[in-house]
Design a protein around this ligand. Structure first.
Ligand SMILES: Nc1ncnc2c1ncn2[C@@H]1O[C@H](COP(=O)(O)OP(=O)(O)O)[C@@H](O)[C@H]1O
Ligand SMILES: [Mg+2]
Length: 229
């Protein structure tokens, strides 16, 4: 579903965002991407939804070769993806409901279906009581959940999220993770950048680690029961 081969992303002449990164994620996997600040996590995710283009190497997502992709094909790719941005990117003069429904409106989905699906998704993230609020009236955690609802409303093939629990307390972080697990069980491939070690330990999923723009490790999901401590 996601494949990187010898991917290099250089900023300017010398600075590396990513250096010779290769790995594959199969359909239906749930994978974390981790590493210290500046390791290249955001850069990597941005390559996957074609916000950036690799300097060299091959990036494939959902059957699209991103290096050679003509600009006209970018919307086709993005329709298959749900992206949760680190800074939410909510539209400030639209309500919570409108921010989520907007995605479906662009796709030309009927008004009634926009309403049903937006409502259902906002209920899933526990925000159905804030439909008419504007982003500025919400806490950071609530804005994050709107961003997550927006990413999920179109049943994406792949969900990409950049530090999606960065602004949430541990309890809410766990709820969001359960939500991602549920989405994953329904077939969506999930790829989440985080540096929250305790969260990853609890989730027991495959973890890909970056350091200084390079692949540092790729640990499969642990298969044995957790040790009691
Ligand atoms: N637009 C940019 N221009 C120049 N350097 C950048 C840009 N974006 C990221 N970088 C650099 O690339 C490296 C990786 O950054 P980033 O992908 O944001 O890491 P992370 O998300 O793991 O904290 C850092 O050294 C960062 O300074
Ligand atoms: Mg980042």
């Amino acid at each position: 579903m996601i494949s990187l081969k010898h991917v290099v992303k250089r900023y300017g002449r010398i600075q590396y965002g990513l250096n010779e990164v290769s790995f594959q994620i199969y359909p239906g996997e749930f994978v974390f991407l981790t590493g210290p600040s500046g390791a290249g996590k955001t850069t990597l995710l941005r390559l996957l939804f074609r916000e950036e283009i690799a300097t060299s190497g091959e990036v494939k997502v959902a059957g699209h070769k991103l290096n050679e992709m003509p600009p006209g094909e970018v919307p086709v790719l993005r329709r298959k993806l749900g992206v949760v941005f680190q800074d939410f990117k909510l539209i400030q003069d639209l309500t919570v409901f409108e921010n989520v429904a907007f995605v479906l409106k662009i796709l030309g989905i009927s008004h009634i279906e926009q309403r049903q699906r937006s409502w259902r998704t906002l209920k899933m993230v526990g925000l159905h009581h804030k439909l008419s609020s504007f982003p500025r009236q919400l806490s950071g955690g609530e804005q994050q959940r709107v961003a997550i609802a927006r990413a999920l409303v179109n049943d994406p093939l792949v969900l990409l999220a950049d530090e999606p629990t960065g602004n949430l307390d541990p309890e809410l972080s766990q709820e969001i993770m359960s939500l991602f697990e549920r989405i994953n069980r329904q077939g969506t491939t999930v790829f989440i950048a985080t540096h929250d070690r305790s969260l990853m330990d609890q989730m027991r999923k495959r973890v890909i680690g970056l350091e200084n723009g390079q692949l540092a490790f790729d640990e499969p999901a642990p298969s044995i029961a957790p040790k009691m401590v």
